[in-house]
Design a protein around this ligand. Structure first.
Ligand code: MN
Length: 490
């Protein structure tokens, strides 16, 4: 456990006194509130809160979010009430904490069907994108300390992280978070594959890095005598999990993978990106078909860069990525990078007008995080509701769906043999319109069978189809078409 001075040292230069005081208050409050608690490892529980907050600092979140990081388990795990929290820290931070607590109640049970629903549900529940980021930071530390947890639970948490949380980070454009979460979970989700991938990574990364190093030296020489200013350069080693995914795609043939290590050149303008690309191609032969212009055509999560793969001349093939500082921040921090992006944008005045124009034309690029969340919700959740089974599986259905739609979404056998339903513990009619967060329990009996009447109120095409099929199989088709007006049959 560290002292507050150590935390303060991590805060960016120029953090206001007010922000520092707020974070310190949260630090001390959480330390006191959780002082009796221990983690599975035997460590003080506060370690977890501190690590969560540190991740939020690393991702350059604002003071409210960092404070909420310290306090994210306080309402749930201590005697502190919501009211007290509001009095101490105000509405905004309390809402962040409540949001994180709400997300924590959702569990993944390994049904492929529910993965996408879960992901959507997490987005639906978060009124503020910062809630999702705190949840990701919380999850990252839980993964990093997974060795102290029961084996079956390890696996569940690891899989949930890979299937639900990492793609969520990806959708938010926070590539770095996605990579960190996947790598932390990989070992527990797929131990044998993890060991194999790490071995390959170790064998290969060294050689390529060396080769890229001499490439960079030569490139730097050329750039020094040009107008281009290189802001920074680094090598990124592919995340283990994403390497494994790629290896699977190429039948585990490592020789087909050229981006285990990539050289990243960050320059100050879009024009310079293209200039550097041209320069590289004049110095080394590019591999045909591997030049990618994600500046003109960004990935759907907003990622922008130029990629090219070259023959290094010493027997290696390597990838080079070229981008501006803003694109770099966007790729690593996604919506979390908004504030730093905005700042540098303003600092540099009109310099990025070119990018601004491009954004307007193509309607891409950096939006405010709240806007992005709204858009994600609109894309994802248009007219959908999320309903639970009594075990906590979540199903994603169209608005105005009924318990019959729910039953058929689980299994046709259940839909075909409904005896009755309970919504939130109470018996309910079959045509009840369900709402998000309802818990629906379907009772079945062997002699139950669908009624044609259901076609008047079911919402999903699946339920309509199953009911029609059942009736066709069990009664005469004539009956079906005589009783039900045609408009209900499509
Ligand atoms: Mn936690």
């Amino acid at each position: 456990m560290t002292s507050f001075e150590d935390i303060q040292a991590l805060l960016p230069e120029g953090t206001s006194k007010q922000d520092i005081d707020l974070i310190q208050k949260a630090y001390e409050f959480a330390k006191e509130a959780h002082k009796e608690h221990k983690r599975f490892s035997g460590e003080p529980y506060f370690t977890h809160l501190e690590e969560t907050a540190k991740t939020l600092i690393r991702y350059e979140m604002d003071a409210q979010t960092i404070a909420a990081g310290f306090l994210h388990d306080t309402i749930e795990d201590t005697d502190i009430t919501e009211e007290e929290m509001k009095k101490e820290f105000g509405e905004e931070i309390t809402n962040l904490i409540k949001g994180v607590t709400k997300l924590g109640k959702i569990k993944y049970r390994g049904h492929v069907r529910s993965i996408e629903s879960l992901r959507k549900f997490l987005i639906a529940l978060a009124d503020d994108y910062r809630v999702l980021i705190i949840k990701l930071a919380d999850r990252l530390h839980n993964l990093q300390t997974l060795e102290h947890v029961r084996e079956d639970k390890q696996k569940r948490i690891a899989l949930e992280s890979i299937e639900v949380y990492a793609p969520l980070a990806d959708r938010l454009g926070i590539g770095r978070f996605k990579g960190e979460i996947e790598d932390a979970a990989f070992k527990y989700a797929y131990p044998a594959e993890y060991a194999e991938t790490i071995k390959i990574l170790k064998e290969r990364a060294g050689d390529t890095t060396e080769s890229l190093h001499s490439i960079y030296n030569k490139l730097k020489e050329e750039l020094d005598s040009s107008h281009v200013q290189v802001t920074h350069v680094d090598y990124r080693i592919k995340h283990a999990y994403s390497l494994w995914k790629k290896l699977q795609k190429y039948n585990m043939n490592i020789d087909k993978i050229y981006d285990i290590v990539a050289l990243r050149v960050v320059v100050s303008s879009v024009e310079d990106c293209y200039y550097v690309l041209g320069l590289i191609h004049s110095l080394w032969k590019p591999l045909p078909g591997r030049i990618k212009d994600y500046i003109a055509l960004p990935k759907t999560n907003g990622y922008q860069s130029l990629h090219t793969t070259i023959f290094t001349g010493d027997g290696c093939i390597a990838e080079i990525q070229i981008r501006t500082e803003e694109m770099h921040a966007q790729a690593e921090y996604g919506i979390a990078s908004h504030y730093s992006y905005k700042e540098s944008n303003e600092k540099n005045g009109k310099k990025f007008e070119w990018v601004e124009n491009l954004k307007e034309v193509k309607n891409i690029g950096v939006k405010s995080p709240q806007d992005l969340l709204k858009q994600l919700k609109a894309d994802y959740l248009n007219n959908r509701i999320f309903v639970f089974t009594p075990k906590g599986d979540v199903l994603d259905l169209p608005e105005e769906s009924t318990p019959v739609d729910f039953a058929y979404a689980i299994h046709s056998e259940i839909g075909d043999h409904i005896a009755g339903v309970k919504v939130n513990g109470k018996m309910a009619p079959l045509d009840t319109k369900l709402n998000s967060s309802d818990i629906v329990e379907v009772q079945t009996k062997k002699e139950g069978s669908p009624s044609l009447r259901w076609l008047y109120f079911v919402k999903t095409a699946l339920a309509k189809k199953q009911i029609r099929n059942y009736v066709k199989e069990h009664k005469s088709e004539n009956l079906l078409y005589r009783v039900i007006p045609k408009k209900y049959l499509d």
